[in-house]
Design a protein. Structure first.
Length: 73
């Protein structure tokens, strides 16, 4: 049980650490910015999801282009 709690604690710390490494990606077409700290609530994307982990069918909520039109800021 203690091992489990330790594992959980480490996992949580990693999650928190990750959340401090937020990334922003900018749409090169319209300038809309994907901030992984915010996510994309209008498309059901929860805060904390990395740009790389967005579903393949995800598109810019402003202009509708795909992920390949975004560049890392
Ligand atoms: Zn766009």
């Amino acid at each position: 049980m203690l091992d489990f709690l330790l594992t959980l604690t480490v996992w949580l710390h990693k999650k928190i650490y990750k959340s401090k490494n937020m990334e922003k990606w900018k749409c090169t077409v319209c300038g809309w910015v994907y901030d992984s700290a915010v996510g994309d609530p209008s498309n059901g994307i929860n805060p904390g999801l990395k740009f790389e982990d967005l579903p393949g069918g995800w598109v810019c909520p402003e202009c509708g282009v795909g992920k390949d039109m975004f560049e890392k800021m």
